[in-house]
Design a protein around this ligand. Structure first.
Ligand SMILES: Cc1cc2nc3c(=O)[nH]c(=O)nc-3n(C[C@H](O)[C@H](O)[C@H](O)COP(=O)(O)OP(=O)(O)OC[C@H]3O[C@@H](n4cnc5c(N)ncnc54)[C@H](O)[C@@H]3O)c2cc1C
Length: 549
């Protein structure tokens, strides 16, 4: 049978973030609920107990494991339950409602590409949905199987056993890494070589290299190397049609880059098994500062000038007043910019000084600053920077408590160009507030910039609203739809880094040119002629395509 304990030999919790045994004490949840009810101006919130496996009713598996695959496949309850949901508010609310209406039938834990090929052959022969699974941190319904009977079974392919750094090229600073490797073990394996991938999404602890590539995640760097795409040198992918591997090259002008079709394909084109990744030296020099701005738009102008000046800060988190207050990075009266520069090679004080000049030109007040390396490390772990960092790291462990409290709580993210930033941002906030008044009777919406480009920001919005256990899911969906409609109608993207999944598919379909989508369908037809790979993600079979194979 398979192994679900991964590189560190510990089993994860199936209903929230973290490992088994890391429970959040009931008093801590009560305290959070009291803070939440105060923030929302509502009475005491009813906290649902954590679900147990015995609470969950699962339909029987619709398909049986053939003898040839028995050594690495299972239909045990725990495995099917753990792989039923990602980690969005919607997922967690369904988990707390004990609603497991569409579990996978079988979970496979392949140990190598032969196992993967065998599973894909079996799924292809029988028309079962074959769904890759990395860390399971999807917040967009990225790996739930198709509903209905178009696919008689669904099989999750958990890549947790493919968790090694296989080869390190210290001269070119690259490594060949297996796709199922989660963030911490990836860095642990690179550390002895004094190298780092330095791709640290907030979900880093429980998300995988293959998942990052398949969803085009954004990580540590606020500017320059934000998307994982920028660090991919070459990929190896096992598709139902066979394995495909591209040449390791620092850059090439030989036609369209074939790896690109797999980046962001969300499991619909095949299973990424390995990637050569471009690495960095480990950070030796740092400089950082915190800057307060009276209004969000004042600071946004400073941030735009910083990115356009080619300064490329590693950290450029810009939080509005409410977001800053929530993260303990401000008192709620000012927007806060947390700015950081870093290098493995040279001091970065000059970059910080120039950025601070720009902030002061835009009316910013420097509240915390450190230039030399030792000081900078200290400040990044204290005051506004430290509070923000601690909250950022710890918050995922508390996500499920919002579902347990029966409030509505979700985030959405996008990107659009600077020329329309203020108008689009104002309109998005207006529409959400209006919808909150109508749907939940009020609530909070705040935003920050996590990632930035010279031609535009990637704003990230957080929405919290009062609700009740019987209504929170439906009210979430209504508010989320308002946000997605606004984004699409105002010319922004439905996702900058969380991916499309099932959740945002209708808006993705409006965003991308139909001819481009048909081109991608043509590519899928070639590598996945029976259309078994993660059905429902990104690409549907156009009616005129014929099944081949
Ligand atoms: C608390 C929290 C914080 C987050 N913060 C960030 C953030 O800072 N930045 C960010 O970009 N995202 C963030 N996310 C979203 C999520 O972590 C990313 O989408 C991440 O890249 C998913 O990786 P995973 O390994 O968990 O993939 P999974 O959730 O397992 O799968 C996601 C999708 O990728 C496909 N897939 C997975 N592995 C492979 C593979 N090897 N080959 C082909 N397809 C595959 C799956 O089929 C699915 O469609 C966050 C999520 C949470 C819960």
């Amino acid at each position: 049978m398979g192994d679900v304990t991964g590189f560190y030999g510990k089993r994860r919790k199936w209903y929230s973030w973290g490992y088994e045994g890391e429970e959040i004490p009931a008093e801590a949840v009560k305290k959070m609920a009291n803070r939440m009810s105060e923030r929302l101006g509502v009475g005491e919130l009813e906290i649902l107990p954590d679900p147990t496996l015995d609470d969950i009713e699962l339909r029987d598996p619709r398909i049986s494991i053939p003898r040839s695959l028995e050594s690495f496949c299972t239909s045990e309850k725990w495995d099917r339950v753990f792989h039923s949901y990602g980690k969005s508010f919607k997922d967690l609310t369904k988990i707390y409602r004990r609603d497991f209406g569409n579990p996978p039938d079988i979970v496979a834990y392949p140990k190598d590409e032969n196992d993967i090929a065998a599973i894909l052959d079996w799924c292809g022969d029988n028309g079962y949905a074959a769904i890759p699974f990395g860390g399971g941190s999807s917040v967009t319904d990225g790996f739930t199987g198709p509903e209905g009977d178009q696919y008689p079974g669904s099989v999750i392919i958990d890549l947790g056993n493919l968790n090694k750094v296989l080869e390190v090229d210290t001269v070119s600073r690259c490594a060949l890494i297996q796709a199922g490797t989660l963030g911490p073990s990836l860095e642990d394996q690179l550390r002895p070589h004094d190298l780092t991938l330095r791709h640290i999404p907030q979900s880093w602890e429980f998300s995988s290299l293959g998942g990052w590539i398949a969803t085009r995640s954004s990580g540590h760097y606020a500017t320059h190397l934000t998307h994982i795409d920028d660090m991919v040198e070459s990929l190896r992918v096992v598709t139902p049609k066979g394995a495909l591997e591209n040449r390791r090259l620092p850059g090439s002008g030989a036609g369209p880059n074939p790896d690109r079709i797999f980046m962001g394909s969300e499991g619909s084109m095949g299973i990424i098994t390995e990637a050569w990744m471009k690495l960095q030296g480990r950070v030796k020099f740092r400089a950082n500062a915190s800057i307060a701005f009276k209004t969000f738009y004042q600071g946004a102008n400073a941030v735009r000038q910083i990115t356009q000046a080619g300064l490329f800060p590693a950290n450029c988190r810009y939080l509005d007043e409410q977001d800053a207050s929530f993260y303990g990075a401000g008192d709620g009266t000012h927007s806060m910019l947390l700015l950081g520069f870093e290098s493995a090679d040279h001091p970065v004080d000059a970059w910080l000084e120039r950025a601070l000049e720009i902030c002061c030109d835009h009316g910013g007040t420097v509240t915390q600053k450190a230039g030399s390396d030792a000081d900078a490390l200290k400040t990044s772990r204290s005051g506004a920077q430290g509070n923000w960092r601690e909250q950022f790291r710890y918050l995922p462990r508390l996500m499920h408590t919002r579902a347990a409290m029966g409030v509505v709580s979700f985030t959405f993210e996008t990107a659009y160009t600077w020329d329309k930033f203020e108008a689009v941002d104002t309109e998005i906030i207006r529409r959400i507030k209006e919808a909150q008044k109508e749907i939940t009777g009020g609530g909070i919406v705040c935003r920050r910039f996590s990632f930035l480009y010279p031609d535009g920001p990637a704003p990230y919005y957080s929405v919290v609203a009062p609700s009740t256990h019987d209504k929170s899911l439906e009210q979430y969906q209504a508010l989320s739809d308002v946000a997605s409609d606004a984004i699409t109608e105002l010319g922004a993207t439905i996702t900058h880094h969380h991916a499309v999944g099932r959740s945002f598919r209708p808006w993705y379909d409006k965003e991308v040119d139909p001819l481009a989508r048909e081109m991608m369908a043509g590519a899928k037809q070639v590598v996945d002629p029976k259309w078994i790979m993660n059905p429902g993600m990104i690409i549907d079979r156009p009616p005129h395509f014929k099944m081949v194979g």
